[in-house]
Structure formats: C-alpha cells, structure tokens
Design a protein around this ligand. Structure first.
Ligand SMILES: [Zn+2]
Ligand SMILES: [Zn+2]
Length: 116
C-alpha cells in the first residue's frame, strides 16, 4: 500500500522513514527530524470517514502578561469532513502550525469572560 505522505512540519515528501509497529507506522522526516505516528487505517471517530490529514498543532504556553507563545508542535489527525474549517485554516496559514482551539487562560477574569 502506497502512502501519500508529507511531513506535517516541513512538507518533505521523499525523505521520510517509516517503521511499522503493530497497527501504526512511526514516521521520521529526514529533512527536519520531525517524528510522528500514523495509523495504518486512520478513520474519523465522529463520522467514520477515512480521509484523515495529520497536521501540526501548536503547543501554546502562557508567557509574560497576556502574551501566548508557541513552544512546539505535535501532530494531530483531522477529518476532512468534521474538521473542514480547521483544515482550511491550517492550509491558509501554512507552514505555520494550527493553533489550538483552547488557549491557556490569561487570567481568571478574562477566562470567565471569554467562555462561550
Ligand atoms: Zn520535515
Ligand atoms: Zn469525520
């Protein structure tokens, strides 16, 4: 089975190494050394669709004051149907990682304000 894969971090398509473990494949990008896992048969938990894209999600931490800073990325699987908007947002902003929907709260008062 051929995999149409690209590194979620840098987009590399050729210099990828895969190692099979049980029912997933551990992938390592030779270009940027980003590593991620991919299920052999990815499917959406919500709609059951098989059109899953692995994209980098930013890991955000609260910095000084109200600043939020991206401290890293981790791969997440998004469904082309259920996560359509988030995927479009990601592709619009490539190569920047996708921002998490829930950001660290800036302060108790602001957090209460921003819910909803
Ligand atoms: Zn890469
Ligand atoms: Zn879905």
């Amino acid at each position: 089975m051929a995999f149409d894969l690209a590194c979620p971090n840098c987009g590399e398509r050729d210099d990828l190494n895969g190692e099979r473990r049980e029912d997933l494949i551990v992938l390592l990008c030779g270009a940027c050394e980003f590593g991620w896992e991919r299920s052999l048969s990815p499917s959406c938990e919500r709609c059951g669709g098989a059109d899953i894209q692995t994209v980098p999600l930013a890991i955000v931490e609260k910095g000084r004051g109200t600043q939020l800073s991206v401290v890293g990325v981790r791969p997440v699987d998004l469904c082309s149907e259920c996560d359509r908007d988030r995927l479009r947002h990601y592709h619009d902003h490539r190569p920047n990682p996708l921002m998490p929907t829930e950001l660290p709260t800036v302060g108790p008062e602001q957090a209460a304000d921003s819910i909803g």
